[in-house]
Ligand binder design. Structure first.
Ligand code: AMP
Ligand code: MG
Length: 289
């Protein structure tokens, strides 16, 4: 097999960047754009091949923070998608390719009483990755214009201004050195049905199943409408959305690994220089003990 992995990152990034005025019904959740292999059997290998370069960039990002650049470079990855779309699979298979010490994962659940007493961004701000880290949000600020909207947890007068508040929040993060990448894991309702049944047919997967997934699933159209608004109203160039066709897990993982790689190349973090005189220290080590 001839591989084209060196050109894949920019190809995938361009192909999956969410276009203006997107309609989700126009996007095929089973598509495999830019994939150079023939199917699942190549995908794992092609994804693993990216791990060396991904690992080097992650190490440079972390090491570079020791030089205390201003603003401090870091990355924030937002994962959104319907139940079973594969948010935790992406964490495991894609972010598992880099040193876990450099990654901070936070899963946002139903807000606590304390969180609800604050502005919706209060709990989000506390999880912004520090200098040198790759932060991953498994669900995010966007739940406050998704489930909150669909389930009418607050009136429209309250969630409507949040699109603009999120845009401003993300712009301020970018100004403070954060590279933001947002992934919508796009699956079809039929694929979700198969995955839910898969969980129910395997006792080792019962823990992943929740009867509460059915009422959410029954509002599929409302969720897609809410997602379309998110993708159309919060898709600034500085904090782009990617719609990842996720019916095929192998494609999903490969595509996200490529987009991640392309953004890390663009960030171009560098190892810091020494904070000491190297020759002096060589002499000191040689003469020690
Ligand atoms: P899971 O990701 O399956 O563990 O479930 C987390 C649950 O928390 C999902 O049902 C989300 O919709 C819910 N959730 C997350 N953030 C919010 C929020 N801001 N308001 C209400 N529900 C939320
Ligand atoms: Mg769930």
């Amino acid at each position: 097999m001839t591989t084209t992995i060196t050109t894949s990152p920019s190809c995938v990034r361009a192909a999956l960047a969410v276009p203006p005025n997107v309609r989700l019904s126009d996007l095929d959740p089973s598509a495999t754009p830019c994939f150079p292999g023939t199917g699942p059997q190549d995908a794992a290998q092609l994804t693993t091949q990216l791990s060396k370069e991904l690992g080097t960039w992650q190490e440079k990002l972390y090491a570079g923070s020791k030089a205390k650049p201003t603003p401090p470079q870091r990355m924030l990855v937002v994962l959104q998608g319907m139940d079973t779309a594969g948010k935790s699979g992406v964490v495991r298979h894609v972010f598992g390719l880099v040193d876990p010490q450099g990654v901070k994962i936070h899963a946002f659940k139903q807000p606590t009483e304390e969180e609800l007493a604050h502005d919706f961004l209060w709990r989000i701000e506390k999880q912004v990755p520090p200098a040198g880290y790759i932060g991953i949000f498994d669900r995010s600020q966007y739940e406050d214009v998704l489930v909150v909207r669909v389930d009418e947890l607050v009136p429209p007068s309250q969630w409507e201004p949040r699109f603009e508040q999120i845009n401003q929040f993300e712009a301020s993060l970018v100004d403070s050195g954060v590279t933001i990448i947002k992934f919508f894991l796009h699956i079809s309702p039929d694929e979700q049905k198969a995955r839910l049944l898969g969980r129910l047919n395997n006792p080792n997967k019962y823990w992943k199943y929740s009867p509460g997934d059915i009422p959410v699933r029954s509002k599929w159209a409302e969720y897609m409408a809410a997602y379309e608004d998110v993708l159309n109203r919060c898709n600034q160039d500085i904090a782009p959305w990617y719609a990842i066709p996720s019916n095929n897990k192998w494609y999903r993982n490969w595509a996200i690994a490529n987009i991640l790689l392309d953004h890390l190349r663009q960030m171009n973090p560098a190892y810091p220089g020494p904070s000491f005189d190297v020759d002096e220290q060589i002499t000191a080590v040689e003469n020690s003990l």
